[in-house]
Design a binder for this molecule. Structure first.
Ligand SMILES: [Zn+2]
Length: 105
């Protein structure tokens, strides 16, 4: 999935929009997408981000793929909890893994 995302990014790099005042390019959009989801953008940056998303079909597709990959990431995290642990795993190791998982946002 990550690889697919990278390929998609490469495909999009040729579709940069012309810079107009108050607008961001697809490249800038891509840079702040993580901050957008982590809620690290100012209100102004958020508006700019959303404005670009509204008018740019490429980034609409991109964000869809981005959301899907986030969902997949969450899914595989659940699988770690539910299925993927060998039964004979030492309790200490299990705890260490659970701690590591917890630390991630
Ligand atoms: Zn775009």
């Amino acid at each position: 999935m990550i690889k697919a995302l990278k390929n998609m990014k490469a495909a999009f790099s040729g579709t940069m929009m012309k810079i107009t005042p108050g607008m961001i390019t697809c490249e800038e959009f891509d840079k702040i997408i993580v901050d957008y989801y982590d809620d690290n953008l100012s209100a102004k940056q958020r508006r700019t981000f959303e404005r670009h998303l509204k008018i740019c079909p490429h980034c609409q597709d991109y964000i869809k793929a981005y959301n899907e990959s986030r969902k997949l990431g969450a899914l595989s995290m659940e699988e770690i909890y539910n299925d993927d642990l060998p039964e004979d795993m030492p309790e200490e190791l299990l705890q260490a893994i659970l701690e590591t998982v917890k630390e991630k946002p």
